[in-house]
Design a protein around this ligand. Sequence first.
Ligand code: SF4
Ligand code: SF4
Length: 340
Amino acid sequence: MNYQILGKTGLKVSEVGFGGIPIMRLNFKEATRVTRHAFDRGITFFDTANMYKDSEVKLGKALLGIRDQVVIATKTGRRDAAGALEHLELSLQSLQTGYIDLYQFHQVAQEKEWNAIIAPGGAMETVMKAKEQGKVRHIGITSHSLPMAIKFVQSGLFETIQFPFNFIEEAAKEELFVEARRYNVGIIVMKPFAGGIIDRAALAFKYLRQQADILPIPGFDSTEKIDEILAIYQHPNVVSEEDLLLMDQCRSEVGNQFCRRCEYCQPCPNGVMITAAMGYGVIAKRMSPAVAVDFAKTAMETVPNCVDCGVCKPRCPYQLPIPEILRKHYALYQKHREAQ
Ligand code: SF4
Ligand code: SF4
């Protein structure tokens, strides 16, 4: 395993991190086994979030005894000071630690969320204070919106930016990565498999390894998956003509008809949680039906509110047929729910 410095945090981290979503579907014993296997294989960066159900609790338990040898990153989705404080205290408790190495504002996609975070009484106040107190060591932010991510990097307020990047979603490579390097902001890459759409690990990581300083955080739910990805890193990276052709083939198969979670389509005047419901197809692919139903229930139960008004469609920069996709996902959700 090679190690690298994560931007201006100065933290030394493994060249591959551990994404904490998939351990939600494992029991505690399995989650501990997989997490400790990752550590034993040299992974030292573990990313989770308040919203990933029991992921923080599972990571906290699994990392007991090796806390000082790992870097823990977690997130809050709250935009107000009181809400962020509640999340932070809960994360510290769940992770069984006195400090969070990297505390991130989770999925900030819209100006109004950003304005709420930095306004008096906003979440930034809590996080800055926590940093002074030593409860938070570094501050980062995550987003699916390219213009917002660039703005966050240029704000000088963050030490890391977490953004989707893979050979289907390549946009970050140009301005965002260039700016992040200019400001020495650590680049954490989520969705190395495009949220489950890319099913060839070797191809996915050959692409990512062309950017030597980024930190991909694939989600792991088995020791085999960890070994598969780390095996790719044991060889010099060679991207052949055939690999490039396969990437092109995959890009054209997927086309532009998948949700990037940028949230431009929101809010829905009828209360449909569009982004979360648009992701159900991928969630159902990645989780067992029972876990998918449980995970997405809140969002999916808002889908019947859709009256096909079409307000969201012109807002989507990818021209996705949102109401049709929502109906398709709701039918799948219903099927999974009824099978329980
Ligand atoms: S089409 Fe449906 S999801 Fe889109 S804004 Fe209208 S009600 Fe909401
Ligand atoms: S449906 Fe379109 S606008 Fe809405 S989150 Fe997905 S990609 Fe973005």
